[in-house]
Write a protein that binds this ligand. Structure first.
Ligand SMILES: [Zn+2]
Ligand SMILES: [Zn+2]
Length: 376
């Protein structure tokens, strides 16, 4: 399909904090290395809600967010490298990367040197965007290379992964961010051994995916921390060996040190909450690793004592997108689902596109884990 201008619709954030609004959108100037995808499903991630409120300093508005799209290819640019992709292919969308920097070329595309401009700014690297609103305002439509809150979107070729089981596209829609981030943190980045202990803060999509991955590896001690008992029950069902409701415990770091006899080997924050980040290093033992996975507030600063870090040989690190190569890891996760290790159907709740406000309200209230919007 060739087109000069193409009218579709999307859920737009006109300015930081103004909320989401369904609006007509015009697409134009698809480039030879891009792909037009008709969205069938769009997962909602906390990153989208964070972004709608001005949570990212690099993001400009008006913008279309959404970075867990799943749909069907409707047009292919002539220079797309992956020749397995064609018009009609069912695809899962994931984060964007440049494909040419040192980290992209050494199998760590989530450490791409242009990760922030390519994923967070909502624009292409040259600052252009292929979308506008009917009144002529330029619309940022390249969030994570995809802006999947659009019914049709012009997507970076690096964001497009063929879905190995198109009949289950709905259930796999959120593999490209939330599940990949949690599961990849365990299976790709940390690779703990079964006798190493793990504490996970936040039993949402990312935390639950990390718990399922840790259970798959057979870890004997997996501690989940959250403020909601329903989420902790789910964490137990899916692999946590111990749960802590942080509202009912005074000193969480102390509690974790007791439970793990001196601190866990790994403490992973999936919440971005400042008070959790402040105690993360205290939750790990000497030689242990504290991991930032959830999105913190942009202006929050962590006080770290380097002398203590040295004498306790601790590591503080960030892991973005689970250090995953989406084209490899998404198919691996579909296999884990099909073999019963990743019961995604227990975690996903579907909403019609006209119910997007309810979906956001439900995930904000902690009533559900992963909302997925279904396009009509
Ligand atoms: Zn790169
Ligand atoms: Zn996400």
């Amino acid at each position: 399909m060739e087109f000069n201008a193409f009218e579709t619709e999307g859920i737009v954030v006109e300015q930081a904090g103004s909320g989401f609004k369904r609006m007509p959108v015009i697409l134009h100037n698809m480039r030879p290395d891009e792909i037009l995808v008709e969205m069938k499903y769009s997962g909602i991630c906390h990153t989208d809600i964070h972004g709608s409120k001005g949570g990212y300093s690099a993001l400009r508005y008006p913008a279309v967010l959404g970075h867990e799209g799943a749909g069907i290819i409707r047009a292919m640019g002539s220079d797309v490298q992956d020749k397995s992709l064609t018009v009609g292919t069912s695809v899962i969308l994931s984060y964007n990367h440049c494909g040419g920097c040192r980290n992209c070329l050494s199998s760590h595309p989530s450490c791409c040197s242009d990760f922030e401009p390519l994923n967070i700014s909502g624009k292409r690297l040259d600052q252009s965007t292929p979308a506008q609103l009917p009144d002529g305002r330029k619309l940022q439509s390249q969030f994570f290379g995809q802006s999947s809150f659009l019914k049709h979107s012009i997507v970076s070729q690096y964001s497009v992964v063929p879905c190995p089981y198109p009949e289950d596209l709905a259930i796999y829609a959120a593999l490209g961010c939330g599940f990949q981030t949690g599961a990849g943190t365990i299976l790709n980045a940390l690779r703990p051994s079964i006798d190493q202990s793990l504490v996970i803060f936040g039993a949402g999509t990312v935390g639950i995916a990390a718990i399922m991955a840790a259970k798959f590896l057979g870890l004997r001690q997996i501690i989940a921390v959250d403020v909601l008992d329903d989420k902790l029950r789910l964490a137990t069902e899916l692999g946590a060996t111990q749960v802590i409701n942080s509202r009912s415990v005074g000193d969480i770091a102390h509690e974790i040190q007791n439970s793990t006899r001196g601190g866990a080997q790994f403490a992973i924050d999936c919440t971005g909450v400042s008070s959790v980040l402040e105690i993360l290093l205290d939750c790990v033992c000497s030689g242990g690793t504290a991991v930032v996975v959830g999105s913190p507030k942009p202006d929050f600063m962590l006080n770290v004592n380097p002398e203590k870090l040295l004498h306790e040989s601790k590591t503080l690190r960030g892991i973005c997108q689970g250090d995953s190569i989406a084209k490899q890891f998404i198919p691996e996760m579909t296999k884990l689902h099909r073999s019963g290790h990743f019961p995604l159907q227990k975690l996903c709740t579907f909403y019609g596109i006209d119910e997007f406000e309810q979906a956001i309200a439900d995930v904000n209230a902690g009533k559900i884990v992963k909302p997925i919007l279904r396009w009509d």
